[in-house]
Design a protein around this ligand. Structure first.
Ligand code: NAP
Length: 225
């Protein structure tokens, strides 16, 4: 088992330097990962914020972060990642072949009313996967509010340790993301295929959950019953 500060090999790229992006950057830095972080603005525009909120992370462009990172976390508004006009805002080519973690949720106050993102038959992460051909997409870090994420990291085995649920169709990618979640201080709970992540979405059973792994499994079991 790794200690929380042992240097890690994988580089983490984070697209989105807001509430969730900077918390995840902080957790990853504390866990020993090199971190690249980007917004839609030039790196200089976020350098000071990153120095204060995620000291040690490197501010860069989204395409550079995507190109140089081994694991890329999408922590930007979903409506910006999947714009209605279809104009590409994600670095699709650089993300090809990469493990991409979709931490995004549909939030109408931010994303606008988008019937295309709210269908019952498809999760938003499946739509993101379609927009990122060749990426190994895993849904994770969606259900926990950023304050809970910020305060919840605990070493493995701590009785107060909380869990982060994940889902994805690439089993090996899920395993890598589960290890990352563990390194960041949370118990991973793999729900299986990407579509199983429906329970993590706003309005569903696990949205907002700040629970232990066994509590998450109980909720999922009840939801399926
Ligand atoms: N807040 C939570 O507790 C929480 C919890 C779990 C998941 N989430 C999800 O995580 C995502 C981010 O939420 P948040 O609360 O962190 O939002 P936020 O504080 O508004 O931050 C969003 C960030 O995304 C950046 N961004 C916008 N367009 C971009 C692009 N094309 N490429 C790269 N970065 C871009 C923004 O920077 P510029 O505008 O400067 O470009 C900003 O830094 C959302 O999908 C949200 O639903 C949020």
């Amino acid at each position: 088992m790794h200690s929380l500060t042992e240097p890690k090999q994988a580089t983490i790229g984070i697209l989105g330097a807001g509430k969730v992006g900077t918390v995840l950057a902080r957790l990853a830095i504390a866990a020993g990962y090199p971190v690249l972080i980007a917004s839609s603005r030039p790196p200089a525009a976020i350098e000071l914020t990153i120095d204060v909120l995620a000291h040690g992370a490197e501010a860069t462009t989204a395409s550079d972060a995507a190109g140089r990172a081994d694991i890329v976390i999408l922590a930007l508004p979903l409506g910006k990642a999947l714009p209605l006009d279809g104009v590409e805002t994600l670095p699709v080519d650089e993300l090809r072949g990469k493990i991409v973690i979709d931490a995004m949720n549909y939030w109408w106050e931010v994303d606008g009313v988008r019937p295309d993102l709210t269908g019952d038959d498809v999760t938003t992460s499946e739509l993101v996967a379609t927009a990122l051909p060749g990426s190994r997409l895993v849904k994770a870090f969606n259900h926990m509010g950023y304050h809970d994420l910020d305060e919840g990291a605990r070493p493995a085995g701590d009785p107060d340790r909380k869990a982060i649920a994940l889902s994805g169709d690439d089993v090996a990618a899920n395993d890598v993301v589960a290890d990352l979640i563990d390194s960041l201080g949370f118990d991973p709970v793999d729900l299986g295929a990407l579509a199983e992540g429906a329970v993590l979405q706003p309005g569903r059973e696990l949205f907002g959950a700040n629970l232990s792994a066994s509590e998450i499994r109980d909720v999922v079991e009840r939801a399926a019953a």
